[in-house]
Design a binder for this molecule. Sequence first.
Ligand SMILES: O=C(O)CCC(=O)C(=O)O
Ligand SMILES: [Mn+2]
Length: 204
Amino acid sequence: MMTTNQGFFLLKSRLTKAVQQEILAAARSVVIQAPLFRPTMANGQSFNYSMTNCGELGWVADRHGYRYQQVHPETLSRFPAMPQVIRDLAINLAKETGNDNFDPESCLINLYRKGEKLGMHQDNTEKNLSAPIISISLGDSGVFVLGGFLRTDETKHYIVQSGDIIVMSGESRNFFHSFKGTVPNTSNLLKDGGRLNLTIRQVN
Ligand SMILES: O=C(O)CCC(=O)C(=O)O
Ligand SMILES: [Mn+2]
């Protein structure tokens, strides 16, 4: 286990291949009910990767900004319930890293194909900014960048591989971070390649 004193954990190879496959199957069933979408933001720019959600609340972006809501922005149906395997894993990971009473309300599923990435940002759409953020990597490896409270703070680069877990709790809960992109053909978990990242959050 890699831990910092700031509540940031990178749990390398935390999930067996069998568990990765189980979570992937659960994510696939979500995507069938709640298709991946690629939001367009206020400035007219489109996201660089696709996303969907499961759980009580889903994180969405559009020309009005960022928010959590119960319905898929295109189908207008409720996001599917969070599969039990994801929910239980998130609660256990929270406990394991010293975060009791974690209530997983939302699971954002990001799909990054070759060349797709996510810029430097803080997770601050949640009302609750102290509950941990649990993040599951599946498929191709990639580069996760962790900064500090300020956009200009020094950064550290971490390789994330299929089955790795990141927990951002404590101070690091509100650190700037980004995903620089995948290293293609580093995993055969997703048959069309790419990386799925599941971010489980407590919103309230
Ligand atoms: O894909 C990742 O590793 C990070 C995802 C993330 O930071 C987010 O969706 O807010
Ligand atoms: Mn984030």
